[in-house]
Unconditional design. Structure first.
Length: 479
């Protein structure tokens, strides 16, 4: 199969698999929100955010490091993967243990320590799955990842239904979450073994090389932590659990959508790395331009359509008791522009092994965002949190784009952007009259979303936003 067909196949599988996963994830969040209520969901959000802080610390950017290292030195792939997995197991296990120790020292989390301990297993297996994700994306075997992810989501949903039926509360929700993550990892492990069998290994030289690659990413991730997780942390300290619950529901929607650019760019990273390493600037530049256009096509209708349909979307997910979260979601959706673009520009810097230059920009964003969270959350509650989140994500994308442009000299697709604006205008005109009708039932909302997608898709085709002949000229059949 040619490179073009492989890439197209993986993107199709990814779109289908991720669509199923997103639907299952939204249903699962809806079950949790409706079962726990606003305050209970606020408690669940606070616990997840606490563990998420340590999960971010444990990340170290190893998914990207995996893709980068095995594509630069394919002859050492087995050794690299074995050491990466050993490194991952050690760092993830150590940080999870530290998180539980810290929780035992804090009064609020001490009372819920047993639930935290169960839920921490989910973050541990997610961390281990990073290495498999990097491998399978590099191998263009996203179908394996999607099989594992969808299976895990189905089991999560089933576990939540059982937990709600038996009235197991937060303990049942935590157990279902961890079990689904364990199955996701186990299935991905078994499927990846068809390509290469990964074993635990410790070789000091390789661990040192992994640490050298990951430290710039680790620092930027730690700085990310200060503005990605501080919002809910400060909300849980200074506002009510109900405020955390409303903000948490809106943020869950953002969390689900955030995975889209990382999956797409994760597939491109190996191609970008190879093109840069072989000095194929024509392909490298084309991949950048194509990725930028695709991300704009994806993110613009989410933001614009979300401004119109945020209220019915929240009511669909969590019920009418969470109606106040609709406007919060509308504001947070603006942050998606920064998340999508920032994802691309940061991956470009990783592809050319210049990720360390983002340390200062992330530091600047962090030292400005944290005091802003402190001041605005105390006075404006979740509105302050949402404002600073939008500021942080947009500023990171702008700074990363500026750094990448100085080295790579990428160009903004001005003509395509105008066409996208027109397509989004047509979509908005189509769904605006349906906004109140959409809030009356789930069916009405789905029909409205499908109408918007149809109008948007036809507009893209009619305006010829994508130049397919150029794509075929770069991805030649003999590749």
């Amino acid at each position: 199969m040619s490179l073009a067909r492989k890439f197209a196949y993986n993107n199709l599988v990814q779109i289908i698999g991720k669509a199923i996963s997103i639907v299952l994830g939204i249903i699962s969040v809806a079950l949790i929100a409706r079962y726990l209520g606003v305050e209970g969901f606020g408690r669940y959000t606070a616990l997840s955010n606490f563990l998420g802080i340590f999960a971010v610390l444990a990340d170290l950017g190893l998914t990207m490091v995996t893709a980068q290292m095995i594509n630069e030195r394919p002859e050492d792939r087995q050794t690299i993967l074995n050491n990466l997995f050993g490194f991952r197991l050690f760092t993830a296990g150590a940080i999870i243990i530290i998180s539980l120790f810290v929780a035992a020292c804090l009064p609020y989390y001490r009372e819920l320590w047993f639930i935290l301990a169960i839920l921490s297993g989910s973050y541990f297996f997610i961390a281990l799955n990073q290495i498999l994700t990097g491998l399978l994306q590099s191998e263009l075997k996203v179908d394996y990842l999607m099989i594992a992810e969808v299976t895990g989501r189905l089991l999560w949903l089933g576990g939540l239904v059982l937990s709600n039926y038996l009235n197991w509360g937060l303990i049942g929700i935590a157990a279902a979450t961890t079990f689904s993550s364990m199955v996701n990892f186990g299935l991905a492990w078994l499927l990846s073994a068809r390509r290469i069998k990964i074993r635990l290994d410790y070789q000091a030289d390789w661990w040192r090389k992994i640490a050298q690659r990951s430290w710039p990413l680790a620092i930027t991730i730690i700085l990310n932590l200060l503005y990605l997780r501080t919002d809910i942390l400060f909300l849980s300290w200074w506002q009510s659990e109900a405020a955390v619950g409303l903000y948490g529901v809106a943020y869950k929607v953002i969390d689900v959508l955030t995975s889209l650019p990382f999956l797409f760019i994760g597939l491109l990273l190996p191609l970008l790395t190879r093109a840069w390493a072989t000095s194929d600037r024509q392909k490298f530049n084309f991949l950048i331009n194509t990725a930028l256009l695709v991300l704009l096509i994806l993110v613009s209708p989410l933001i614009i359509g979300g401004q119109i349909l945020s209220n019915p979307i929240v009511q669909l997910i969590a019920g009418t008791s969470f109606s106040a979260a609709g406007p919060i979601l509308a504001l947070l959706l603006v942050a998606l522009a920064g998340i999508f673009m920032g994802c691309l520009f940061n991956h470009l810097l990783i592809a050319i092994n210049r990720q360390q230059i983002m340390v200062r920009p992330y530091f600047f964003v962090a030292i400005t965002a944290v005091p802003a969270y402190y001041l605005l959350i105390r006075h404006w509650s979740y509105w302050g949190a949402a404002i600073v989140t939008v500021y942080s994500e947009l500023l990171v994308a702008i700074l990363a784009g500026y750094k990448a442009k100085k080295i790579i000299h990428w160009r903004w697709p001005s003509v395509a952007s105008i066409k996208l604006l027109i397509a989004n205008l047509f979509m908005a005109l189509a769904i605006w009259p349906c906004r109140h009708w959409a809030s009356q039932s789930i069916v009405n909302l789905l029909i409205t979303i499908l109408l918007g997608a149809l109008v948007y898709g036809l507009s893209l085709i009619g305006l010829k936003v994508v130049n397919w002949s150029k794509i075929q000229s770069v991805f030649k059949p003999n590749e």
